[in-house]
Design a protein around this ligand. Structure first.
Ligand SMILES: [Zn+2]
Length: 265
């Protein structure tokens, strides 16, 4: 077995790291995986030219040495099981209960899942997939995930959104700063994107008021208690094919929408 030492993305200790599967093994991640890294996804010239992206072969499924043994075991026990139920439920609906060719989205009406555990797993996966030096900056998210009963999450500062994927894809971007320049004015949008078939997630830092088109804001799950079952009724959009261009286009559109709003006042 390979020994890897480094900083645990969750507790911040320098120690021996264990392999953290993202998504969890039982949520469509048992096979050998091909991981496309953020830098490659951002290679827009290659995407436009249709050139196959460079990937890293991962023998044991997608993931990386990012968490210490204790954090890996704890989050596995506390959150991963619930996430696996959720992801597999959605996967089942997508493949068996709807016509994937024509469906635009699915509705979720459930009082049988612990949604706080699900969002903590999602945040744990974001921390795992972002660069370690950035993970340390999100002390508040790390503390929220490390304490299983905590409901203290800064939903002004962070937004988590979700959508569904039509095609199999496992990829994540790490933290991206998108520079959007319009009429000489530059704005920066800080986001991280994970496509973990059948679900995709966006973490936005300092998000504007409006949600990104075709995504569903699930940040409110963070206000639930660890053992709280609440009836959740939501609709999730199914996305044809993931592309960072889609998001960049959405951000640009959103920024110009905001501008015209301001002009109208
Ligand atoms: Zn740790």
């Amino acid at each position: 077995m390979k020994k890897v030492e480094g900083i645990c993305h969750l507790c911040g200790k320098y120690t021996e790291l264990t392999f953290e599967h993202v998504p969890p093994k039982s949520a469509n991640n048992k096979e050998r995986a091909k991981l496309i890294t953020g830098r490659e996804i951002f290679n827009t010239k290659k995407l436009q030219a249709g050139i196959t992206l460079r990937y890293i072969n991962q023998q044991q499924g997608a993931g990386n040495y990012t968490l210490c043994k204790e954090c890996n075991n704890n989050t596995g026990d506390w959150y991963a099981k619930e996430y696996i139920k959720f992801a597999n439920e959605i996967g089942y609906i997508l493949t068996n209960e709807i016509n994937i060719k024509t469906a635009k989205g699915i509705g979720l009406d459930s009082n049988k899942l612990y949604f706080q555990r699900i969002i903590k797993q999602i945040l744990c996966m974001f921390l795992s997939t972002i660069q370690p030096e950035y993970a340390m900056e999100f002390k508040d998210i790390r503390e929220y995930v490390l304490n299983k009963i905590s409901t203290e999450f800064n939903s002004e500062k962070y937004r988590v959104s979700m959508y569904l994927l039509k095609n199999y894809e496992i990829s994540h971007s790490g933290i991206l700063g998108l520079l959007l320049k319009e009429n000489g004015k530059t704005t920066i949008r800080k986001v991280a994107i994970m496509n973990l078939y059948p679900i995709g997630f966006i973490l936005e830092i300092d998000p504007p008021k409006k949600n990104i088109d075709d995504t569903t804001d699930i940040t409110k799950f963070t206000t639930l208690e660890y053992d709280e079952l609440q009836n959740v009724v939501m609709t999730f959009t199914i996305t044809e094919k993931y592309s960072l261009h889609n998001f960049t286009d959405r951000f640009i559109k959103e920024n110009s929408d905001n501008r015209s709003d301001n002009n109208g006042k």
